[in-house]
Design a protein. Structure first.
Length: 190
């Protein structure tokens, strides 16, 4: 089973590139945001738990999110693999994901880290803000804060997967097709 963690700072192109990888490798996409919305809409036990936290303005605890991912695995046992988008974001989440995958006799195959300099990220996000309607893509101070949060809290995951020899740093500059080709090459080398 091919299980990929698509990784990178805000504006690196994860969503765009995930679409190519899903199609090229016939993977199931696990976006924690989509998963939360789906479980809440379906009023599952985990969805109701998540909704209670969200209604209070709290973050959904890791164990609830991991439970949702576990349910996704259970309902897709014949999948060729999964691409994780937006998860894990912390070392604790990565450890929990490793445990969950181990229980399903699989593991993370690779972390594909899109590497893009801060100035380019700022430019991309501000441009996206012109058409996306997302207020967090329209204010350079908010964008800078998001990038700083990523560098402080999320980027340490590169060390976690690097220690497992699963980190693949991918240059995130160039055309969408060029970046997709680099990602595909890294996966084919696994």
């Amino acid at each position: 089973m091919l299980n990929l963690v698509l990784f990178g700072p805000p504006g690196a192109g994860k969503g765009t590139q995930a679409e190519f990888l899903i199609k090229d490798f016939d993977l199931n996409h696990i976006s924690t945001g989509d998963l939360l919305r789906s479980e809440i809409a379906s009023e599952t036990e985990l969805g109701l738990k998540a909704k209670a936290f969200m209604d209070n303005g709290d973050l959904v605890p890791d164990e609830v999110v991991i439970g949702m991912i576990g349910s996704k695995f259970e309902s897709n046992k014949e999948a060729k693999g999964f691409i994780f988008d937006g998860f894990p974001r912390t070392v604790a989440q990565a450890e929990a994901l490793d445990q969950l995958l181990s229980e399903h006799n699989t593991s993370v195959s690779a972390m594909l880290s899109l590497e893009v300099e801060k100035e380019e990220l700022m430019k991309r996000l501000l441009n996206r803000g012109l058409t996306s309607g997302r207020s967090d893509d329209q204010d350079s101070s908010i964008i800078e804060n998001r990038i700083n949060n990523y560098n402080e809290k999320t980027a340490p995951l590169k060390d976690f997967y690097g220690a497992q020899s699963k980190l693949y740093a991918i240059e995130g500059l160039g055309s969408i097709e060029d970046i997709a080709s680099r990602l595909k090459g890294a996966i084919e080398s696994l």
